[in-house]
Design a protein around this ligand. Structure first.
Ligand code: NAD
Ligand code: UFG
Length: 337
């Protein structure tokens, strides 16, 4: 009998792709989401892709009694916790929502898991916990800081799970620091579906390419980088999803907790990302140069060595595959799900 994994935030961008990888690899999945930033249609799409039923529960992870009921019904042995709010700008205007959803949501979930004897936990952290990095590539032992409530919520949760594994060696916790997820499932059935105008580069370019937005504003071309634009580590969402399976396998095979970067180790500038997308969609993407965005850093990319050593995982897909898949998703679903 396959182990059952609780996936919170399962209908979101990264959660939905991870559910597909889990189901295809033979794990049983119980999906939870409050649909605050996703659609039930995702469940249908996952079921179509995997040709099996995905048990879905409309639950807010802050709802302790709903989680208690669920855990009493299902024989869960590990949880992957994606559920949370993720907009840096929104976190500055609504800090309490971010601390409540992200920090309280995680504490509530951890308490319920603890009460049901579940001690394997995978947490979605972010490269944002490195603040303004002193060196690139960034390794896991770099100094940590936060410049906004979203980042601070991730740092707090990292500290909470560290304290938990210190307090009780039975806990096996994987803290995964994602760099910049992009791309979509190669079928074009799953992808990122931001509500309103996108904040992030790839979905923004995709909406310009499909004609929903007139042009991309490039936030600054005077950074100390190869072409003056910001450098990031874009990782294909399916590679990222596979990273979760590798982390989970390690939790099942060995005791102890760990923190790893999930990135490619390659830095890509905004202009390189635009050029790649132009290749994918076969049209030019109009750009205008705008002032730097407040809070942005020049360059952020991962050292990917620890993930390879510890998890035997590395990102396989190229930037071109990423933008091709992103474009297929956008073209097939111009208005999202
Ligand atoms: P997403 O918004 O697409 O998915 C998050 C899901 O969680 C959504 O479906 C939303 O409805 C759900 N959710 C939010 N609050 C909830 C709550 N209280 N109870 C139940 N469900 C709730 O975001 P994503 O890009 O898939 O990100 C997943 C996780 O990865 C998040 O924790 C995010 O902070 C983290 N992360 C994302 C990125 C990124 O750039 N996408 C980078 C680093 C880390
Ligand atoms: N950019 C533009 N124009 C846009 C959007 C972005 O030029 O319209 C540039 C940014 O200035 C940056 C790069 O594209 O140089 C990437 O920007 P994103 O907003 O896509 O990604 P960030 O690295 O700024 O932020 C992302 C997540 C954060 C997370 C951070 C670190 O959105 O939540 O990665 O993991 F904290």
């Amino acid at each position: 009998m396959a182990e059952t994994i609780l996936v919170t935030g399962a209908t979101g961008y990264i959660g939905s792709h991870t559910c597909v990888c889990l189901l295809k690899a033979g794990w049983r999945v119980v999906a939870v989401d409050n649909l605050s930033n996703s659609s039930m249609r995702t469940v249908d799409r996952i079921q179509t892709l995997c040709r099996q039923k995905l048990p879905f529960h409309l639950i807010d992870v802050r709802d302790e009694s709903a989680l208690m009921r669920l855990l009493s019904q299902e024989n869960i042995s590990a949880a992957i916790h994606f559920a949370g709010l993720k907009s840096v700008s929104e976190s500055i205007s609504k800090p309490l929502d971010y601390y409540d959803n992200n920090v309280n949501g995680s504490i509530t979930l951890l308490k319920v898991l603890h009460q049901h004897g579940v001690r394997k936990f995978v947490f979605s952290s972010s490269a944002t916990v490195y603040g303004e990095p002193k060196h690139v590539p960034i390794s896991e032992n770099a100094s940590l800081s936060a410049t906004n409530p979203y980042g601070r919520s991730k740092l707090f949760i990292e500290q909470i799970v560290n304290d938990l594994s210190e307090a009780d060696a039975e806990w096996r916790i994987a803290t995964l620091r994602y760099f910049n997820p992009a791309g979509a499932h190669e079928s074009g059935l799953l992808g990122e579906d931001p509500r309103g105008q996108p904040n992030n580069l790839m979905p923004y370019i995709a909406q310009v390419a499909v004609g929903k937005l007139p042009h991309l504003s490039v936030f600054g071309n005077d950074y100390p980088t190869s072409d003056g634009t910001g450098v990031r580590d874009y990782i294909h969402v399916m590679d990222l999803a596979q990273g979760h399976l590798s982390a989970l396998s390690r939790l099942y095979s060995r005791s102890g907790s760990f923190t790893v970067n999930l990135g490619t180790g390659q830095g890509v500038t905004v202009l390189q990302a635009v050029a790649a997308f132009e290749k994918a969609c076969g049209a030019s993407i109009p750009i205008t140069v705008a002032p730097r965005r407040a809070g942005d850093i020049a360059s952020c990319y991962a050292s990917a060595n620890k993930a390879e050593e510890l998890l035997n995982w590395k990102a396989e897909k190229t930037l071109l595959q990423m933008v091709n898949d992103h474009w297929r998703w956008q073209k097939q679903n111009p208005n999202g799900y």
